[in-house]
Design a protein around this ligand. Structure first.
Ligand code: 5GP
Length: 431
C-alpha cells in the first residue's frame, strides 16, 4: 500500500531549537507514537547511545546505504550525513502508528514530497540570540560549528511556508502543550478517522451490506481529468474529488483493498489505500485496462473530461487576437474497456445530470455503459453535485430497483452507497 494508515509527524527547524525534547515528550505522552532513530555519520557525543539516539556509521557505509535505496530521506547537515530508514518507517505506518521524525528542513521537504499527508511542524526559538546561546551552551560544538549552524538556520527559516504548523519554542511548557494539541487534532480530524461505528449504530439497517466488502479488491476513480492545450493551460472541470475520496474511505473502512486512481483533485487521497495519480482520460483508461480484470468492483466517481483539444501546442501560446479551439471527444472509458479487456468487473458509475430529464439520461447511461449501478446526482440543485461537501440522488441498479439518498454529507452518502452496492451484489450471489 503506497499511502499507509499511520501518520508521519515531522519536527524540523534549525539545530538547537529544541526539536528532540519535543519529540521525546510526544513519545512519552502518547502510546500510538514511535520515534524514528536516524542513521548518521556524525561521531557519537558524550551521553548518546547507539541505536537509541542514532545509528552511527562510517561515511562509506552511509554512501553504500544510499546506493541500496535504504533511506526515505537523507541530507548533509553541518558536514555530516543523516538519514531515515525507509523500511522501518513504512512498517510502522502500515501498523497505523504516528511516526515522529526529528530531522532537518531539507529532510522535511523530501518527506512532504513522498508523503503529501505528512504533518510538518516548524520549530524556532524566539530570537536569533536565543538560538545562538542555546547552541553555545550545549558545549557539543566548537565556535566555528556554532557559526555554521546559525548560517544554515537562515536558509532553513526561508522554508517556513512549506510547513503545516509553526511553534515558537519560547516557554517549554507552552511548546509541549502546542505540539500535543497538533497531534490530538490530527488524530481527531474526520478526514483521518475511520467512519465512526457509533454513527452506524444509530441506524444499522441503512448500513447492511457493508460486510460484503471485507477482503474485496475495489478500484475507485476520482477527481477531474485534465486535457492540455499547451504546456501551461488545460481544460478540466469543477470536480473536487470529495465524492471519490469518500467512496474510497467507505470501502476501505468496510475492509476492502482499495486502489484509488485520481485526477488532479483538491482533495488528496485517503490513507490506507493505494494511490495512482493520473492526469488525462487516456492515462486513467490505461490504468483501468490493467487493473479492472483483477477487481471485484470499479467505482467510476471521476469526472472524466468528455473532450480534449485536437492539437497540443508545445510551450505557452502567445496572447494575440482570437484563438479558435477545436475539441475532440475523449475515449468513453467504460465502453472502450468492454472492447479491450477479457474480463470486466462490475461497475458502479456516477452520473451528474442537469434538467428535468436527468434521471432518464442517467438510466440510459447505465445501460449504454453496461454498469451494474449508477448514482444519479443532480448538478442543478444547490448543495448537490460538484464543489459542495454534500450531495443527494438516486442509486439505480440494473435489475430495475433503486435506493434514494436524501441530501447529506458526501462522506455519509458514500457509506450508504457502499452498503447498498454491497447488498445488491450479495443478493446477486445468493440468486
Ligand atoms: P545533531 O547532530 O545536533 O543531532 O543533529 C543535527 C541536525 O540533523 C538536526 O537538525 C537534526 O534534526 C537533523 N537530523 C537528525 N536526523 C536526521 C535525519 O535522519 N535526516 C535529516 N534530514 N536530518 C536529521
Amino acid at each position: 500500500m503506497n499511502n499507509p494508515p499511520g501518520q508521519l509527524i515531522v519536527l524540523a527547524g534549525p539545530s538547537g531549537v529544541g526539536k528532540t525534547t519535543l519529540a521525546h515528550h510526544l513519545i512519552d505522552k502518547f502510546k500510538f507514537t514511535v520515534f524514528s532513530v536516524s542513521t548518521t555519520t556524525r561521531p557519537l557525543r558524550g551521553s548518546e547511545i547507539e541505536g537509541v539516539d542514532y545509528f552511527f556509521v562510517r561515511r562509506e557505509k552511509f554512501l553504500e546505504m544510499i546506493e541500496k535505496d535504504y533511506f526515505l530521506e537523507y541530507a548533509e547537515v553541518h558536514g555530516h550525513l543523516y538519514g531515515t530508514s525507509r523500511d522501518w518507517v513504512r512498517k510502522e505506518l502500515a501498523r497505523g502508528g504516528s511516526v515522529i521524525l526529528d530531522i532537518d528542513v531539507q529532510g522535511a521537504l523530501q518527506i512532504k514530497e513522498a508523503f503529501p499527508s505528512s504533518i510538518l511542524i516548524f520549530i524556532l526559538t524566539p530570537s536569533p540570540d536565543v538560538l545562538s546561546s542555546r547552541l553555545s551552551s550545549r558545549n557539543t560544538d566548537d565556535p566555528d560549528v556554532v557559526k555554521l549552524r546559525l548560517e544554515m538556520a537562515i536558509w532553513e527559516i526561508s522554508w517556513i511556508g512549506s510547513f503545516d504548523y509553526y511553534i515558537c519554542n519560547s516557554r517549554l511548557e507552552d511548546s509541549l502543550l502546542q505540539v500535543e494539541s497538533i497531534l490530538r487534532g490530527c488524530r481527531l480530524k474526520m478526514l483521518n478517522t475511520s467512519f465512526p461505528p457509533e454513527v452506524i449504530a444509530f441506524t444499522p439497517e441503512r448500513f447492511i451490506g457493508l460486510e460484503h466488502w471485507q477482503g474485496k479488491r475495489v478500484i475507485v476513480t476520482s477527481g477531474p481529468t485534465r486535457e492540455a492545450l499547451d504546456s501551461v493551460r488545460f481544460i478540466s472541470n469543477r470536480s473536487s474529488g470529495l465524492m471519490g475520496c469518500s467512496m474510497a474511505m467507505a470501502l476501505r473502512d468496510a475492509g476492502a483493498d482499495v486502489l484509488f486512481v485520481t485526477g488532479p483533485a483538491c482533495i488528496s487521497g485517503p490513507s490506507g489505500v493505494d494511490i495512482i495519480p493520473v492526469e488525462t482520460a487516456k492515462e486513467m483508461f490505461d490504468i483501468l485496462a490493467s487493473e479492472a480484470p483483477k477487481a471485484d468492483l470499479l467505482v467510476m466517481a471521476a469526472a472524466v473530461s468528455d473532450f480534449r483539444p485536437s492539437a497540443f501546442h508545445d510551450g505557452k501560446t502567445e496572447r494575440s487576437g482570437t484563438v479558435r479551439l477545436e475539441l475532440e471527444a475523449t475515449p468513453d472509458i467504460l465502453k472502450e474497456l468492454e472492447g479491450t479487456i477479457d474480463r470486466m468487473c462490475p461497475v458502479m458509475a456516477f452520473s451528474l445530470e442537469f434538467g428535468p430529464d436527468g434521471e432518464k439520461r442517467a438510466l440510459g447511461k447505465m445501460k449504454r455503459k453496461g454498469a451494474s449501478a449508477i448514482f444519479y446526482n443532480p448538478g442543478d440543485v444547490p448543495g448537490a453535485g460538484m464543489e459542495t461537501s454534500s450531495n443527494q440522488g438516486i442509486l439505480f441498479f440494473d435489475d430495475g430497483s433503486h435506493v434514494e439518498v436524501k441530501r447529506s454529507s458526501k462522506r455519509y452518502i458514500a457509506e450508504l452507497l457502499t452498503a447498498a452496492m454491497g447488498r445488491y451484489l450479495m443478493k446477486g450471489n445468493e440468486g
